[in-house]
Design a protein around this ligand. Structure first.
Ligand code: PMP
Length: 428
């Protein structure tokens, strides 16, 4: 059978029509939202054409939309939903916090115990500070680096995503709304080119900000040699290496840095670190974080120590996600990705541990420019998975939560197998 654009268009048209017919309540919710939210949403990531599913409830590994369809949730709130939707331990921690009231405008006990766990688990975190999100953690880490070094340039990589105002397209261009740092944009995993860039900007480089795996950029893991280069050259030129582990901190008890034996100067965290509630953190070398000691440089934030995130985060890390569980989850993800890649045909799954993204190409992917965006194939795949009761991101991201077990993995592999049997000629 020959592949033609017409076949893909026809398959998409059919899948879209079926989606629209099956989801009138989501369509109505989207229309209502459009009257108050530009683009119909307050969170661009969760919006996709023709309209996103609006979710009514979630429990364990399942979510239910406003039209009453139940899905296996393989998106796991873009990694923040590590504990599922209603873990009893998280719930108990929130309830206990509720009993003591909230909003003290003062230090509480919760933030210190959560910080202690993080510093114990991530040896590079000698000191830490909480924020409200991963975006904010990276903004603060960058401000820390420019203040500490007295320099202005920041090396980032094409396809890197460090938050809503810290996002770099596959072509390396910052978004129009990005914060105005003096950006130097390199190519991910390009050891030689990056080495040269660092030499060119050596005198003004405040920080190198990098994800150990391009997350939103398509789950592209860093080559160890690339990160080793960044570590070595940052020290040589007096820049701070900031490792954005907002997504990858789940890869072991001490994050991907533990797996790699890498010690960054600063690390940023977020997502599940607050138990699934709003949170973020940045931390690292004591001599750098001492900027904030004694009020020399202020770092404020009304909700930095909000009692619910602090309580849920502590309970999650200590009672649900101790290091051996992190290792098990990593292994479960690796096994699932191997099975998915074993299906073969035109699909390729890249990632690390419990995080993976589908690509519609067989050619190797080392950086963002290597990725075929294949928007129509991604849309068809997404709609077909939804039709089979599997919920994942439109861009093809899967983030396993701890609620996803063998049955859910089997069901997913089966659904992907069906997709490949039916559409491989169409999408490849
Ligand atoms: N860094 C990375 C690597 C991320 O994946 C994200 C979120 N997807 C962020 C930072 C931003 O975190 P938040 O959405 O909590 O602001």
């Amino acid at each position: 059978m020959t592949t033609t654009a017409t076949e893909l268009d026809a398959a998409l048209e059919e899948a879209r029509a079926r989606y629209v017919a099956a989801n009138p309540a989501s369509a109505a919710a989207y229309e209502q939202a459009g009257a108050v939210f530009p683009g119909g949403t307050t969170r661009s990531t969760v919006c996709y054409p023709p309209f996103p599913l609006t979710i009514r409830s979630g429990s364990g590994a399942r979510i239910t939309d406003v039209d009453g369809h139940e899905y296996v949730d393989l998106l796991g709130e873009f990694t923040a939903g590590l504990y599922g939707h209603d873990h009893p331990v998280v719930r108990a921690a929130i309830e206990q916090a509720l009993d003591a009231g909230w909003g003290y405008g003062a230090p509480g006990l919760g933030e210190t115990r959560l910080a202690e766990v993080l510093c114990r688990r991530f040896p590079s975190l000698e000191r830490v500070r909480f924020t409200n999100s991963g975006t904010e953690a990276n903004l603060l880490a960058l401000a820390t680096a420019t203040t500490f070094t007295g320099r202005a340039s920041v090396l980032v990589f094409a396809g890197g995503y460090h938050g809503s105002v810290l996002s770099f397209g596959p072509d390396g261009r910052p978004l129009a709304i990005d914060v105005p740092h003096r950006w130097v944009v390199g190519t991910y995993n390009d050891v030689e080119g990056t080495d040269e860039l660092i030499t060119q900007h050596a005198d003004d480089l405040a920080a190198i900000l990098v994800e150990p795996m391009l997350g939103a950029g398509g789950c592209v893991p860093a080559r160890p040699a690339f990160l080793e280069l960044l570590r070595r050259r940052a020290s040589e030129v007096g820049a701070l290496l900031i490792l954005d582990e907002v997504m990858t901190s789940r890869m072991s008890g001490g994050g991907q840095q533990q797996r790699l034996g890498l010690r960054p100067d600063l690390t940023t965290l977020g997502k599940y670190v607050g138990g699934g509630l709003s949170s973020g953190a940045f931390g690292g070398r004591a001599d750098v974080l001492d900027l904030y000691d004694g009020g020399g440089v202020p770092h404020s934030g009304t909700f930095n120590n909000n009692v619910f995130s602090m309580a849920a985060g502590f309970a999650g890390l200590t009672e649900i996600f101790p290091p051996p569980v992190a290792d098990e989850l990593f292994a479960r993800g690796e096994a699932l990705r191997a099975r998915l890649n074993g299906i073969g045909a035109g699909l390729q799954w890249t990632g690390l541990g419990s995080l993976m993204t589908v690509h519609f190409q067989r050619t190797a992917i080392a950086n963002a420019a290597d990725i075929d965006p294949a928007p129509k194939a991604r849309e068809l795949f997404h709609l077909e998975m939804l039709h089979r009761g599997i919920y994942l991101a439109r861009r093809g991201l899967v983030a396993l939560s701890l609620s996803i077990g063998a049955d859910e993995c089997d069901r997913f592999v089966e659904a992907v197998g069906e997709f490949v049997r039916r559409f491989d000629d169409v999408v490849s």
